[in-house]
Design a protein around this ligand. Structure first.
Ligand SMILES: Cc1cc2nc3c(=O)[nH]c(=O)nc-3n(C[C@H](O)[C@H](O)[C@H](O)COP(=O)(O)OP(=O)(O)OC[C@H]3O[C@@H](n4cnc5c(N)ncnc54)[C@H](O)[C@@H]3O)c2cc1C
Length: 334
């Protein structure tokens, strides 16, 4: 969003071995420490971060191929995520193509279990290495140790702040992609007459759809989807369908997931531009909030609150923020 205050201290981490001494240095001075990637999923408070920010720049790619069909890619967590996806696709492997063009580092992806076009990173993640702040050493965690859920994991849940991820290993295969494909992908293939659905075709489709739907964060200030898709119980879903027969929703186990974009649009915030805060919703995707000329994170939060209030008043559904707010003092929200 290009908003918020400064960090008191900041250090580029280019090697996992740098983390221990940096953490010790900060602890001696009673400073908070945080590791970040490119900050694409962070809202910084106006007060800034009154501690040490470790910026992850750990690089390196190692590939193990136990047989013709399977490969294990161990990726330095500071590697650009989309370059990693491209590399696996170029090498002929599927499993990550749906996650093309998600901004940020590879180490950022397990934190909220990055997902797009029907696939979550946890489906391909095999293990990761991290610096454990409790044990003060590097540890290896299997995917089953990471408590992955919808946009969640132990890294943004109960163990938030405990681990700094230094490398991630993905298990990818040459298996042909299998239908059914995510609705917008299927629609793209049909509209473009593509019947041979290969992994490169999936990557091309995702890139094309994302270019139309989402603003490029190097040009337009944004955090991607600003709200999670809300999950509601069966009774609430029945009521919503009765009142709004066209409401966009999916089954989610015994519960239902609502399209936050649909709710925002139908609460009157499609392509909305708010002169009071300098914030807007992106014309092609109202789930994306855009900083047009906001000056402070308080402006962003005020706009966010207007959208939340409108959705809650109309549908009785409370939206929750997807990007994390980080800073010395919590932003005061209504
Ligand atoms: C235009 C746009 C589109 C997006 N599309 C999607 C999408 O389709 N799906 C999706 O899931 N997300 C999406 N996002 C969100 C974002 O790209 C992802 O969450 C991404 O993984 C964040 O990576 P990052 O390196 O920028 O992490 P940051 O934003 O720097 O950090 C995010 C969180 O992870 C923590 N963290 C980062 N690196 C590490 C590490 N090495 N060890 C421990 N903790 C760490 C940080 O402390 C922070 O809590 C989008 C964002 C934008 C701007």
């Amino acid at each position: 969003m290009r908003l918020g205050g400064n960090a008191k201290y900041l250090l580029d981490i280019t090697d996992a071995k740098m983390i221990g001494p940096a953490v010790d240095w900060a602890k001696e001075r009673n400073l908070s420490v945080i590791m970040i990637g490119t900050g694409s999923n962070i809202v910084w408070t106006d007060a800034g971060f009154d501690g040490l920010v470790l910026v992850n720049k750990i690089l390196g790619i190692d590939v193990q191929k136990p047989d013709e069909n399977n490969a294990y890619y161990t990726i330095g967590s500071g590697e650009n995520w989309d370059s990693v996806v491209k590399r696996t696709v170029d090498d002929g492997y599927g499993g990550l193509a749906e996650l093309s063009a998600v901004p940020g580092t590879t180490g950022g992806t397990p934190v909220q279990n990055v997902g797009a076009y029907g696939r979550d990173v946890s489906e391909t993640l095999s293990s990761l290495e991290a610096y454990d702040n409790n044990l003060r050493q590097l540890v290896t965690l299997k995917a089953s140790d990471c408590q992955f859920g919808y946009r969640s994991s132990r890294f943004n849940g109960k163990d938030k702040g405990r681990f700094y991820i230094t490398s991630v290993t993905f298990h990818v295969t040459k298996d042909a992609p299998k239908p059914p494909f995510y609705a917008s992908l299927a629609e793209y293939f049909e509209q473009n007459g593509i019947s041979d659905i290969t992994t490169p075709a999936i990557r091309d489709a995702v890139m094309a759809i994302r270019r139309i739907k989402l603003p490029d964060p190097s040009v337009v200030n944004n955090n991607g989807s600003f709200f999670k898709n809300p999950i509601v119980k069966k009774e609430k879903m029945a009521q919503l369908i009765k009142d709004y027969p066209k409401i966009a929703h999916w089954e989610n186990g015994a519960e239902f997931k609502l399209s936050a974009a649909w709710l925002i649009e139908h609460a009157g915030y499609a392509d909305a531009h708010d002169p009071a805060t300098g914030m807007a919703t992106w014309a092609a995707q109202p789930l994306v909030l855009v900083n047009e000329h906001a000056k402070t994170t308080a402006d962003l939060m005020a706009f966010k609150q207007k959208i939340m209030d409108a959705v809650n008043q109309k549908f009785g559904v409370v939206l929750t923020q997807e990007p994390e707010t980080i800073g010395a003092h919590p932003v005061v929200e209504k």
